[in-house]
Design a protein around this ligand. Sequence first.
Ligand SMILES: Nc1ncnc2c1ncn2[C@@H]1O[C@H](COP(=O)(O)OP(=O)(O)OP(=O)(O)O)[C@@H](O)[C@H]1O
Ligand SMILES: [Mg+2]
Length: 348
Amino acid sequence: MKILAFETTCDETSAAVLEGRSLRSNTVFSQIKLHRKYSGVVPELASRAHLEKIPFVLGGALRRAGIGVPLKAGAFDAVAFSRGPGLPGALMVGRVAAEAAAELSGAPLIGVNHLEGHLLACEFEKGRVARPLKFPLLVLIVSGGHTELWHARGYGDYKVLGRTRDDAAGEAFDKVAKLLGLPYPGGPEVEKEAARAKGKGPDFPRPFMPGTRDFSFSGLKTAVSYYLAAKLGQDFYKKGLRLPASEIALVCRSFQDAAVETLVKKTADAARSLGLKRIAVGGGVSANGALRSAFARLEDLETRFSERAYCSDNAAMVALCALRRLEAGKFRNSLRVEPDLGSAGWAG
Ligand SMILES: Nc1ncnc2c1ncn2[C@@H]1O[C@H](COP(=O)(O)OP(=O)(O)OP(=O)(O)O)[C@@H](O)[C@H]1O
Ligand SMILES: [Mg+2]
């Protein structure tokens, strides 16, 4: 089984070839440098950059996988793409590229859910699909645009238990980093700073929100903003005022502790109340070392993460979603399916 896959939901342009259980290539072009000066992703620039880079990203993925061009009929058993959620303009680029490749190779086109990709990324080990998930399990998706808890009963069988009511976890890391004058994307910067912190930092609230499995991180972000305003003055951001390096580190650690504790407690509570013993965590924020350590400390629950290389957006995980659907025989040719900006299941 040979699958070609595309990923263009946000600011990574990626193409991958999965052959059987082996990842033959996974080429990723990151647009981080392009968006950095705006401290966040600019959708129009993202779409244009996808358009510009996708031929080269595809070419690289095919070359690395030893697949000749032009594509011949039968080159692939399926062509997959992330059909959403994501930025509409960006999604269209991956979809059109996938449609063209599907037509040329006479393969069915399979639109997969990007968030399911973040979950299935946990199955890769050293370039192979070597660690199949064991169901049922509790899933935490923590990415730049989503914070969701799912009850996963099998591949494609996901019940959403809770999601963010405002900022996603990754967005909160990015916005706090911005307030502190750290570069985009903020998550890795906050983690690096937090590791340098010495002494006691400020206490920020833990938005546990009892009684619901939804999340809310905007209050925590606002608490950081109020703390900075009290230290530096109301217009600190506009005036370009920043804390000294040692205090930046303390704020990062306090914020990260609050975010991690909230994510871990809400996830563990949900798993325990459903009688689930296993957790899988996916998405860009799952690269965070403090989050990984906090889950590892839960003695009654076993938590899986993907290798760090597969935490952020990549087409390898998209190919794997398509493989699971092909194996289950549950897919339909998505040539005429509209982009999906929402649901988590196997709709398209
Ligand atoms: N080490 C880290 N600690 C915390 N956050 C991190 C870390 N590394 C990356 N992130 C965050 O992960 C996010 C990017 O993740 P990802 O690529 O999965 O998101 P996305 O694709 O933009 O959003 P979505 O998957 O919801 O559509 C960014 O917000 C980034 O700051
Ligand atoms: Mg993503």
